[in-house]
Design a protein around this ligand. Structure first.
Ligand SMILES: Cc1cc2nc3c(=O)[nH]c(=O)nc-3n(C[C@H](O)[C@H](O)[C@H](O)COP(=O)(O)OP(=O)(O)OC[C@H]3O[C@@H](n4cnc5c(N)ncnc54)[C@H](O)[C@@H]3O)c2cc1C
Ligand code: SF4
Length: 564
């Protein structure tokens, strides 16, 4: 596929709409507003990866790691895997054109209906019918599907074996993966999944329905201009009511003149993810933009952890083989094929879902090293000699878990950088519940539960999440939220009414969630963004459809249905 991004030298001084960030929220906003005939620019800090460019080997993967903590800053600021080390919790997010969709497992679940019955949501969300419409559109565009062969995967069978400990059978998990050759809604041809397992390393086949293969090419097809390596610092309001978006270029030395670069817009959609959008608004507030004092509050980790069962007695085959495959004859499956659902009938907080996951092939050489600190040297050496596709790592179970927490974390600016404060995070009841369940699952197949193979390194003992939510949460008014149900940002000026908003300023991404979802968040982020742009269009007298682009229509690059 031809690249979508163009050089920042071609950025115009003004657009109708500037979208900051290119994950699910940003992709939806860019596609829909470009379809509505608006002149749209997308500013993304990361670089563009096209199919085939994702890291295949460990040295490539290491180059794509960026690690930021209070006392540490390693790697390139455009590294694909963006690890934030926190005193209380670590967070992993994606950095690149397409955001987290590039490296996620693609599980697409709609939360338990009780989530939306919670009082934290403004009434309109449940009442105006557009939430269902948002999910319908999201589903049409990211196309969750269950692997028809899910139950045949070795890792699925291993989960079934483990599930006996809880009296639970797994079910096939819906993932945003094309299991057959297809032309998607953006008119892009996608080949069928090869079941290589590398989804979290980046799909080198082009079968994962990422934002980069769906909403973003659609946006470009309808005229949106896409720019990478542009990191937005803050936004400000100009005297004539326009927005000024201040950014730094990451594609060249800026010689300290970073904040001198800016672009103006009538409408700004912040879609830089939970950490990114909250950071931009916190910094904008420091630069004089009046906002709700709830900004930064209500961070949730979505009760999400990744953990392992090591030393089990049955085959699992949950190390990706990549594409082209590094070893023949191992049919791994998509990153997640099956899940066990535990429903807290009387208490939503006790609901949890455990998914069997796959580690990307590029990480494979590191596995023995990772597991050595836990005293498993002998087994690890066996795998070092035989390769990770044999020996104990062929029996390694990887579990992704998702549940509920109290959303009591707080994002703040420290040294002009976003930091998470949540001193009681490790005491959240969800972690004890997950420990008990995962321990039972690992034990059932003769293995032991490894909560964190990196404990004892600079990762410490803190929990970690790949599902950061909140910080710009939806509320009824400025006193309980940062944005309203339409994702418009509340105006915090003295004298402004509690429901007054900053005209033309929106947030559409994971940061708007006012609570944990207890389900992998991509579908809900996409659905709420679809819902928000419907409202935006109605409020501004715009119209657009979300019909699929005809496969025979040229894409913006003039390559009809180009296979990536
Ligand atoms: C390894 C992993 C596995 C996951 N698995 C699943 C799963 O199976 N199912 C699921 O539902 N979810 C999963 N997730 C989570 C999911 O991917 C995220 O919740 C989702 O991507 C968030 O979407 P978003 O639109 O909020 O923002 P993001 O996808 O995070 O996109 C934000 C974008 O903004 C850019 N950005 C940030 N700051 C700036 C700035 N200052 N200027 C310009 N651009 C900026 C970022 O680079 C990024 O591209 C996983 C995440 C990871 C990391
Ligand atoms: S299993 Fe492989 S081919 Fe299939 S979606 Fe994941 S990375 Fe792509």
């Amino acid at each position: 596929m031809t690249r979508l991004a163009r050089s920042l030298d071609r950025l115009r001084p003004h657009y109708d709409v500037v979208v900051v960030g290119s994950g699910y929220g940003g992709g939806v906003a860019a596609s829909r507003l470009a379809r509505a005939g608006k002149r749209v620019a997308v500013l993304e800090r990361g670089r563009e990866f096209i199919t085939g460019e994702f890291p295949r080997r460990f040295p490539d993967l290491r180059q794509q790691m960026q690690v930021t903590g209070k006392r540490v800053r390693l790697g390139s600021p455009t590294g694909l895997y963006d690890v934030r080390l926190g005193e209380d919790m670590h967070v992993l997010v994606g950095c690149g054109l397409g955001g987290g969709s590039l490296i996620n497992a693609g599980v697409a679940l709609r939360p338990d209906p009780r989530v939306f019955r919670d009082d934290v949501w403004p009434g309109e969300i449940a009442q105006d019918g557009l939430l269902d419409e948002g999910y319908a559109r999201a589903t049409r565009w990211v196309r969750p599907a269950r692997d028809p062969l899910a139950a045949e995967r070795t890792k699925y069978k291993a989960l079934a074996h483990s599930g006996a400990a809880l009296g639970k059978e797994p079910v096939a998990a819906p993932v945003v993966v094309s299991f057959e050759d297809t032309i998607n809604a953006a008119g892009i041809a996608q080949p069928a999944c090869t079941r290589c397992g590398d989804c979290c390393g980046g799909c080198n086949v082009g079968a994962k329905n990422t934002v980069a293969l769906t909403y973003l090419p659609d946006a470009a097809h309808h005229g949106a201009e896409v720019f990478t390596l542009a990191k937005v610092r803050h936004i400000s309001k100009t005297g004539d009511g326009r927005w000024q978006v201040h950014f730094e270029r990451l594609d060249e030395a800026t010689n300290g003149a970073a904040d001198a670069l800016s672009v103006s817009a009538d409408v700004v959609v912040l879609a830089a993810g939970t950490l990114g959008s909250t950071e931009i608004l916190l910094r904008s507030r420091e630069n004089g933009l009046a906002l709700s004092d709830r900004l930064g509050h209500g961070f949730s980790a979505n009760g999400d952890i990744i953990a392992f069962g090591y030393g089990g007695k049955i085959p699992v085959n949950a190390i990706g083989v990549g594409h082209p495959p590094k070893v023949e004859g191992i049919d791994v499956g998509a990153c997640v094929s099956g899940q066990i659902e535990i429903v807290g009938a009387d208490d939503l907080a006790k609901s949890l879902t455990i998914q069997e996951g796959v580690l990307p092939s590029a990480l494979a050489p590191m596995l023995p090293v990772l597991f050595i600190p836990n005293g498993r040297l002998l087994g690890a050496l066996q795998s070092l000699v035989a390769g990770v596709y044999k020996g104990p790592f062929a029996r390694l179970q990887t579990f992704f878990a998702v549940s509920h927490d109290s959303a009591a974390g707080r994002l703040v600016l420290e040294d002009n950088r976003i930091a998470l404060q949540w001193p009681t995070a490790k005491d959240e009841p969800v972690y004890q519940r997950l420990d008990a369940v995962l321990e039972a699952l690992a034990r059932e197949v003769g293995g032991s539960y490894v909560k964190n193979p990196l404990a004892g390194t600079l990762m410490g003992q803190q929990p970690a999440t790949a599902h950061p939510l909140g910080g710009c949460r939806i509320g009824r008014e400025r006193g309980d939220g940062v944005v309203n149900h339409k994702c418009q940002v509340f105006d915090g000026r003295t004298g402004a009414g509690p429901r007054d908003v900053h005209e033309g300023l929106y947030v559409m991404d994971g940061s708007i969630m006012p609570r944990s979802l207890g389900a992998n968040p991509l579908l809900t982020i996409t659905a709420l963004s679809e819902r928000a742009v419907i409202h935006l269009a109605r409020d501004r007298g715009l119209s657009f459809d979300d019909e699929a682009v005809s496969s025979s229509a040229p894409t913006h690059t003039g390559v009809p249905g180009a296979i990536t």
